[in-house]
Design a protein. Structure first.
Length: 276
């Protein structure tokens, strides 16, 4: 039986407002993420997905309900730093996460603040840069790198703190297609080869195809939770809430409407070619 990494129990989150009415961003969320899973959270801007991400490593505390990371309640202040060590976070804008003038110093920043032995820090920096395939840039200035490279350095900085889970809040939103591909290859590698639990928040449907599970959010609630095939085969439901499906899935959907007998749960071009 799989062990739980994150458990969210009947969580509500309300943002305080300057006006009399507060904004309820999350409404009764129940979600369990197991160790080693690759979970993608999809939804519009304002659906609550980024709020949910911040609850997973105690950047926000629920207004009501409970969030557990490795059975530690995020409301319990004595666990805050341990929770953040277990569940590292990568944000949308890499420039907001880079703090040093040289790549290796940036990656070392987290472990140094943890009080880790310098020899161990050196090893972690080297290992983290190797995993994200940025070893040759160890002495470079981060601000001279491309967006995709910067984001991989940000991921290396989280990796150097040796988390069990990495939460990525729209890490490819500000990147060009090449940068997006670089980052997604790194994310998949972290899951498959380094066995990290991944929670990836995105609005790019193609990034969700390789996930173990997709969670779809709408107006602060989870409306679907299933495998990519289960979720993307429901083209009508996705369109109704204004979300896309991968282009090849939509093509298969249109072919089916024209009477051509192809499966509804096609996710890749290769699958479509084989079906025709």
């Amino acid at each position: 039986m799989s062990k739980e990494m994150i458990r969210i129990e009947n969580v509500y989150y309300e943002y305080p407002s300057l006006e009399d009415t507060n904004y309820m961003a999350l409404k009764g969320i129940n979600l369990t993420i197991n160790e080693g899973e690759f979970v993608v959270i999809l939804g519009h801007n304002g659906s609550g997905k980024s709020t949910l991400a911040k609850l997973m490593n105690a950047l926000l505390i629920p207004t009501d309900g409970k969030v557990y990371v490795k059975n530690m309640n995020t409301k319990d202040e004595k666990y805050i730093w341990e929770i953040r060590e277990k569940a590292g976070m990568v944000f949308q804008n890499p420039d907001n996460q880079l703090v040093a003038t040289i790549v290796e110093e940036d990656v070392a920043f987290g472990p140094e603040n943890q009080g880790i032995d310098p020899k161990e820090i050196r090893k972690r920096v080297d290992d983290s840069l190797r995993i994200v395939e940025m070893s040759e840039y160890v002495k470079h200035a981060p601000h001279l790198l491309s967006g995709g490279q910067k984001q991989r350095i940000a991921i290396a900085g989280v990796l150097a703190m040796n988390p069990e889970c990495i939460i990525l809040d729209e890490p490819t939103a500000m990147l060009d297609p090449i940068g997006r591909k670089e980052v997604m290859n790194t994310v998949k590698k972290l899951n498959k080869e380094e066995h990290k639990t991944i929670v990836h928040i995105t609005h790019y449907m193609e990034e969700a195809v390789d996930a173990d599970r997709i969670v779809v959010m709408e107006e602060g609630s989870i409306i679907m939770d299933g495998t990519p095939r289960e979720i993307f085969s429901k083209v009508d439901v996705m369109k109704k809430i204004g979300l896309d499906v991968p282009q090849v899935t939509e093509l298969a959907y249109e072919l089916r409407k024209e009477g051509i007998d192809v499966p509804a749960d096609i996710l890749t071009i290769e699958e479509l070619v084989m079906a025709l």
